[in-house]
Design a protein. Structure first.
Length: 183
């Protein structure tokens, strides 16, 4: 069993462990698809879409921040507010940005989210109300995490197509030795 990389979901585990493992697997796969590119590559778009890998890095950093910092931990969503206060669209990568800035923003957002995620699991809080209210009811923390899994599922598919168009990188999973800084 030691042959599995740390981002691979467990063979047998509790529901909470499987839930966060599936999210982490998608995070790692997405990060691998976006990894190691220069600014022009991170800004690359297919003719039929406005999406770029750099824009997806920024967007998912804001979504991580919104879901975990704001809705779950009920803290100030710094990454999200950075874009809102400057009236910047996270999907748009500016010419003056650097790849390092894009990767660090995303990695730091995931690192913070994973800390909150671990606290939720440790405190058995998946089925407690989140800060997101819809039609008078607060969604559970579990529902917020499930929504993020769906978000990553869509955008990891987008990343597959974008990365293949950039340099031909294909494949379902990262190599076994691939480790983002937050794993």
């Amino acid at each position: 069993m030691n042959a599995f990389p740390p981002w691979e979901p467990p063979m047998f585990a509790s529901d909470p462990e499987h839930l966060v493992a599936m999210l982490d697997r998608l995070r790692v796969t997405f990060r691998y698809k976006a990894d190691g590119l220069n600014l022009n590559q991170l800004r690359f778009r297919l003719p039929s879409s406005g999406l770029s890998l750099g824009g997806l890095l920024q967007h998912l950093a804001t979504v991580e921040d919104e879901k975990f910092s704001y809705f779950i931990a009920r803290e100030r969503p710094e990454v999200l507010l950075e874009f809102l206060e400057r009236d910047n669209d996270p999907f748009v990568v500016q010419e003056q940005q650097s790849p390092r800035e894009l990767y660090e923003r995303y990695d730091n957002a995931v690192l913070k989210s994973r800390g909150i995620q671990q606290q939720v699991i440790n405190d058995n809080k998946l089925d407690t109300p989140s800060g997101l209210e819809f039609e008078g009811q607060h969604l559970s923390v579990r529902r917020i995490i499930c929504d993020l899994i769906e978000e990553y599922g869509r955008h990891t598919g987008h990343a597959d197509l974008l990365r293949e168009a950039i340099d031909g990188r294909v494949g379902e999973d990262p190599p076994h030795d691939y480790r983002p800084m937050w794993i």
